[in-house]
Design a protein around this ligand. Structure first.
Ligand SMILES: *Cc1c(COP(=O)(O)O)cnc(C)c1O
Length: 433
């Protein structure tokens, strides 16, 4: 694999992804190309085996092949839209829980949960038609679901009054967030649920992606207080998502066992109080797929703007939006077309093809163009943008009438196309003159 490390100790040269040559992937499927390493996804699912239920927040990476892969690992799924409900069903998930209690003495698990702050008309239809369990992020959803699914069991998503997130745009708690039911409103919301004839069986808090487990752990305390208000109808508590992954040099994986211990203690205290078992769920998106994903791009121009050197590649923020949206850092590595690259590094900015000055992969929060140390590159070399498996393809767009890229899943040394690149016909489908 990689042979050279930057001073920042991340590999800057890469020949293969999951044992398959980058150049072969690029030649077979074209660029820009999303590639996922199945084994990394499996490993991340297994890291969380201590939890009763791992529920994949599929919005991070919702390709059917990825959903089928996590399903084969026993992972359940979260859906935030009608489209995601359809994806979960298409990937083989059952719509609702089995009637028989689980053999482990825990309450039954909902294979698919619809989590949102609203029902649009389509999602309410889909939930009613398939009998999908609902996690309500607004009190108005209670009467809406009650009308269509009388006597339903529901989960409440509660905003504990504080939040977290790697940027203001990903913070999902506190007054600055639109998400969840405000913690102070719980007594009133419970009256509404009772009046509507619904049983509150689940409690869920998700305050957003962070890097700080101590902060994420505060949620456990807040959840315990709200659980006490809901009482014995509860069967399931969810810690939400937000497990971080290391993107930048020096960042490390979180202490998963410490995090689990903390939640398990909360769960056991509530079990003692209620006199029955509680299912403990975690709902990661990023954690399961981020590190599995790579974007292979081809360098199409190398130029100097005054004193600064730019590599221009065939992927843009239409392909991977996180840098322009959040100033996110993604590691990058070079795969030279011809022979070994020089070991010396030079500072370069990396941009894409879009007619927009923000189309820069090496930018910091606030949109400032930064640079990255990479080996000298030439037109025709491949540049691999790494840790792109979460909020990558799913945020890709057709801006500038660029087709969505293909997606490939590599498993056991074999690369399989799991989504074809869009065609020019796809780009104008449904339009007329
Ligand atoms: C996005 C989301 C998640 C996953 O967040 P990550 O930071 O990717 O782990 C979990 N639950 C809900 C409800 C979400 O909206």
């Amino acid at each position: 694999m990689s042979t050279t490390s930057s001073p920042a100790e991340q590999p800057v040269l890469r020949d293969t992804i999951a044992g398959v040559r980058v150049a072969d992937l690029a030649r077979s499927h074209g660029t820009p190309l999303y590639v996922y390493d199945a084994e990394i996804i499996r490993r991340r699912c297994r890291d969380l085996a201590a939890w009763d239920t791992v529920r994949f927040a599929q919005k991070a990476c919702s390709n059917l092949a990825v959903l089928a892969l996590v399903r084969s690992e026993g992972v359940m799924v979260d859906a935030v839209s009608t489209g995601e409900i359809h994806r979960a069903l298409a990937a083989g998930y059952a719509a609702h829980a089995a009637k028989a209690p689980a053999t482990d003495g825990l309450p039954p698990v909902h294979p698919i949960v619809y989590t949102a702050d609203i029902f649009d008309r389509e999602s309410l239809d889909a939930v009613a038609k398939h009998g999908i369990h609902v996690n309500c992020g607004s009190a108005d959803m209670i009467e809406q679901v009650a009308e269509r699914v009388p006597g339903a069991e529901i989960t409440l998503r509660v905003n504990p009054g504080f939040g977290h997130g790697h940027s203001q745009k990903t913070n999902t708690g506190g007054e600055g967030s639109k998400h969840g039911i405000w913690h102070g409103e719980i007594p009133e919301v419970l009256r509404r649920a009772e009046w509507a004839g619904l049983a509150v069986t689940g409690l869920h808090m998700h305050i957003g992606s962070g890097t700080d487990l101590a902060h994420l752990a505060e949620v456990a305390g807040a959840l315990e207080r709200v659980a006490g208000e809901i009482g014995r109808s509860l069967t399931t508590i969810s810690a939400g998502g937000g497990l971080p992954v290391p993107y930048k040099p020096g960042e490390v994986h979180a202490d998963l066992s410490g995090y689990f211990q903390l939640w398990d203690t909360t769960r056991r205290r509530l079990e003692d109080r209620f006199g029955h078992r509680l299912r403990l769920e975690i709902e990661p998106g990023r954690y399961l797929t981020a590190e599995s994903g790579f974007v292979i791009t081809e360098i199409r121009a190398v130029k100097k703007q005054g004193g600064r050197k730019y590599l221009l590649v065939d992927a843009g923020f239409n392909t991977l939006a996180r840098p322009v949206l959040y100033g996110s850092y993604h590691p990058m590595s070079l795969c030279p077309q011809a022979g070994a690259a020089s070991e010396t590094l030079e500072e370069v900015a990396v941009g894409g093809p879009l007619c927009e000055s923000g189309d820069i992969f090496t930018q910091t929060d606030g949109g400032f163009v930064a640079t990255r140390p990479l080996p000298p590159a030439a037109v025709g070399d491949y540049l691999v943008i790494e840790i792109a498996g979460a909020y990558g393809f799913v945020m890709a767009s057709n801006y500038n009438s660029k087709p969505l890229p293909a997606e490939v899943l590599v498993d056991g040394g074999k690369a399989r196309l799991v989504r074809a690149r869009q065609t020019p016909e796809d780009l104008v489908r449904g339009e007329c003159v």
